[in-house]
Each structure stands twice: as structure tokens, then as C-alpha cells.
Design a protein around this ligand. Structure first.
Ligand code: NAD
Length: 420
């Protein structure tokens, strides 16, 4: 396979990074150019214009996207992101990552991603509902229980999934499996909201087991205190690790003796940020990434650990709770510094695993207890970790290289098995 533009080292937006990681994986597996293209290019991209009448009478026009990467292993699956930076390239990269993630953890889905380039914090509840329903009206032919199943991501939540489900049901009738991450009362799954954060905690636990190291009192730094970061902090705290620093889009805080997470939660809920928490000192988000610690968990947006930042990282292990936080050109720098990276396709897969459980329960109309969800998540993710660790050991490669190796081979085999 000849070198392509994707293997160049800059610029490192998410789509370029993901394609570059994919290219390296295909090269190691000795796949030809056509196979790489089949794996790299999405099978469908949809873009729709969404006019919104705001509460004050103004008309705002947003763009909505859905990129379907591949469905050889099952229906397309992936989150919906509401964020001002959402654009086709970002959604394309995230869709590809979803295909890899579902393959690494062996859930019967392909990969997709979507979103709207709005700032949900500046929209009222009525406006959010209106734009979500308008999005469904425009893309309903491209989604469905056995076609493409969205879920929450940055800036979206269970309420938005409920509106999505309701608008879809107006056209096709009761179809709870069209979207996951719904509220429990309308077919959601116990433990779905915390699932990605729980997945981060499980992957750290499995890594410690693999290294025969204790977890007690290990120091953790978390970038991002939203759905993933906050649940990961709570669950890691319950497992005996010490969360010493966290950040959000408004600031960062540090307490080397460990943060009181209950008090921090109350502070965040009442002020909207972790900044200014009385039980810690304020630091800059940049300082946070460079703190010495055992586990650094980037759980905010993609690309926050680029080559320049990677040179200054002092963590022993980076655990990618977010999608694509370490860029392709930062990865070898971390490797050279002997910093292990537990990659996003493994470490942030708890959400899609529990989304799969939700989909199964919706198909069967048979809800599971919370305990069963947690038990099955532990089993599924535990097995995926052991597989990745074994391939990494056997091939003397990084965990990311091992995970990509597993995923790329799996997707290629499915495409070939289905035929053309
Ligand atoms: P969220 O919107 O709930 O939280 C994001 C958090 O990141 C917020 O606290 C925000 O303030 C913070 N943040 C934004 N920019 C920041 C910056 N520059 N520095 C520090 N903090 C910053 O989103 P989420 O659902 O927690 O998703 C976070 C990441 O995890 C994303 O990459 C997402 O794609 C990924 N992910 C989410 C899920 C899920 O189930 N929600 C599943 C898999 C992967």
C-alpha cells in the first residue's frame, strides 16, 4: 500500500488523526489500497438545514449531519452531538471511530455519528425540542431500529433522545430501539447514563490487574467534568483511587490530597463549573494536563493532547475517556516517554456497550435490573481489555495498535463475508 495524504503528520484534526491511525493499522496488516479505502471512507453522509424560530421571534438556521461509516457488522450506531464546532469533517472522524469501537468490544453494530452545530446552552428547552424534532423530520428515512441507532454525546442527553424517539414514532409507530440513552420511563436502560464513565473505571481496573498493580490511592487527573468525567470520577473514587484534579470548559482545580467529590458535585451544580471550589486551588486547564499522576483521563473534546502538550505530560497512563483526545502526532511522543495509552476505542466504549443492552431490551420488551447491566458490562469490557492486552503483548505493540488491529481485521472480514 502506498503512502497517502492521511499518513502526513499535520494538521491533526480528528478525521485526519483517525484516518492516519487506520492507515497504519492497514499497513501493519498488509491490506491493499482498496481495502484501506473501503475502511476509511463513510458509506453515506447526510447534511440538512434546520431553520429554528427562536423564542424571541428571530429565525436561526443550523446545519444537521449524520455520517454512516459502515454497517457490515450490524446497524449503524453512534451519538448525536450538539456543539458549535460540529462540522462534516469532525462527524466523519467520529463515525469511523464508532465503527472501530463497536468492533473492538464485539457489539453487533457498525459506526455512525451525527450532530447539529448549535450551542445547546444558549437554547431554551422549547428551542432544543423544536430543533431536535426538525432534525428527525429531515433524517427519519436514514435511521431506524435496524438501520441506524443514534445515542447521546456531547451536548445531548436522555431528554433529547426522548424527543427524537417521539418524533420518529409519529411517523413509524412505537419503535423504542430507534435511539438509545432514553429516559428509563420510555424504554431506557438502567445504568446507561453512567455507562461511559463506568467503562473508563473498568478499563483502569483491568489494566491494573494486567500489570498486577494495586488501585488504592493511585492519583487520577480528569479533563472534563460532564457525563463521562463526572461519573468516572465518582466510580474511581469508590474504587479507592484519589481524584486530585478536574477541569471543565470554565476552569480547573487541584487538591493533592484528593477532592471531596460530593462537595464538588454540589458546587458544580450550583455554580455551573468546578472553578472556584473551596476545597481546592484553582489552576489553569493547561497546568492540569501536565500534572504528575498515575492516570490522566481526558474526558472533554478531541485533540486536547497534541504533540506540544504530549511532550509535557507527566502521567504514567493516559486513559482516553473522550473520543480522539490524543492526536496521531502526539501518540509516538507518549510512546517514546513510556506513557501507556488506553485508547478511546476501548476506554470510552462503556456507553455503546450499554446502548447495545438497551437496544436488545427494546427488541425483546424485557427490561434488565441495574445489577445485571453492570455485571454484563464488566464481562464484555473485561473480555475486550484482555483481548487488546494479549494482542499488544503478543505483537509487542501499543494498546492502540492492538485495538486497531483487532477492529480493522474484524470489519474487513465482515465486509468480505457479506460480499459486494
Ligand atoms: P458533556 O458535554 O457531558 O461533557 C463535556 C465536558 O467537557 C464538560 O464538563 C465541559 O465543560 C468540558 N470541556 C469542554 N471543553 C473543555 C476544555 N477545553 N477543557 C476542559 N474541559 C472541557 O460530554 P460527554 O458526554 O461527557 O462527552 C465527553 C467526551 O466523551 C466526548 O469526546 C464524547 O464524544 C465522549 N464520549 C461520550 C459518550 C457518552 O456516552 N456521553 C460515549 C463515548 C464517548
Amino acid at each position: 500500500m502506498s503512502e497517502t495524504k492521511s499518513s502526513k503528520r499535520a494538521p491533526m484534526d480528528l478525521a485526519t488523526s483517525t484516518k492516519s491511525y487506520l492507515f497504519e493499522a492497514c499497513k501493519r496488516l498488509d491490506f491493499d489500497e482498496q481495502t484501506f479505502r473501503l475502511l476509511a471512507e463513510p458509506s453515506r453522509e447526510v447534511r440538512v438545514e434546520l431553520p429554528l424560530r427562536c423564542d424571541d421571534g428571530r429565525i436561526e438556521i443550523y446545519s444537521g449531519y449524520r455520517v454512516q461509516h459502515h454497517n457490515a457488522r450490524g446497524p449503524y450506531k453512534g451519538g448525536l452531538r450538539y456543539h458549535p464546532t460540529v462540522d462534516p469533517a469532525e462527524v466523519r472522524g467520529l463515525a469511523c471511530l464508532m465503527s472501530l469501537k463497536t468492533a473492538v468490544v464485539r457489539v453487533p453494530f457498525g459506526g455512525a455519528k451525527g450532530g447539529i452545530n448549535c450551542d445547546p446552552h444558549r437554547l431554551t428547552q422549547r428551542e432544543l425540542e423544536a430543533i431536535t424534532r426538525a432534525f428527525v423530520e429531515k433524517i427519519h428515512r436514514n435511521v431506524g431500529v435496524n438501520i441506524d441507532v443514534p445515542a447521546p454525546d456531547v451536548g445531548t442527553n436522555a431528554q433529547i433522545m426522548a424527543w427524537f424517539h417521539d418524533e420518529f414514532a409519529k411517523i413509524y409507530g412505537y419503535s423504542p430501539g430507534v435511539v438509545t440513552g432514553k429516559p428509563l420511563i420510555i424504554g431506557g436502560c438502567e445504568g446507561r447514563e453512567e455507562a461511559t464513565g463506568r467503562g473508563v473505571a473498568i478499563v483502569i481496573q483491568e489494566y491494573a490487574k494486567h500489570r498486577a498493580e494495586p488501585l488504592e490511592d493511585k492519583q487520577v487527573v480528569i479533563e472534563g467534568f460532564g457525563n463521562v468525567g463526572r461519573h468516572a470520577a465518582r466510580l474511581l473514587g469508590e474504587m479507592g483511587l484519589k481524584i486530585i484534579a478536574v477541569s471543565d470548559s470554565k476552569g480547573a482545580i487541584l487538591n493533592e490530597n484528593g477532592l471531596d467529590l460530593d462537595e464538588l458535585g454540589t458546587h458544580k451544580d450550583s455554580t455551573g463549573s468546578v472553578a472556584g471550589f473551596s476545597g481546592a486551588q484553582d489552576i489553569t486547564p493547561d497546568e492540569l494536563l501536565k500534572l504528575p499522576c498515575d492516570y490522566l483521563v481526558p474526558a472533554a473534546l478531541d485533540g486536547t493532547i497534541d504533540a506540544a502538550t504530549a511532550k509535557k505530560i507527566k502521567a504514567k497512563v493516559v486513559v482516553e475517556g473522550a473520543n480522539g483526545p490524543v492526536t496521531f502526532d502526539a501518540d509516538p511522543i507518549l510512546k517514546d516517554k513510556n506513557i501507556a495509552v488506553l485508547p478511546d476505542v476501548l476506554a470510552s466504549s462503556g456507553g455503546v456497550i450499554v446502548s447495545y443492552f438497551e437496544w436488545v431490551q427494546n427488541l425483546q420488551q424485557l427490561p434488565w435490573e441495574h445489577e445485571l447491566v453492570v455485571q454484563r458490562l464488566n464481562e464484555k469490557l473485561g473480555k475486550a481489555c484482555q483481548h487488546v492486552f494479549a494482542v499488544a503483548t503478543g505483537q509487542e505493540c501499543t494498546f492502540r495498535e492492538a485495538a486497531y488491529h483487532i477492529a480493522v481485521q474484524e470489519i474487513k472480514d465482515a465486509i468480505w463475508a457479506a460480499g459486494f
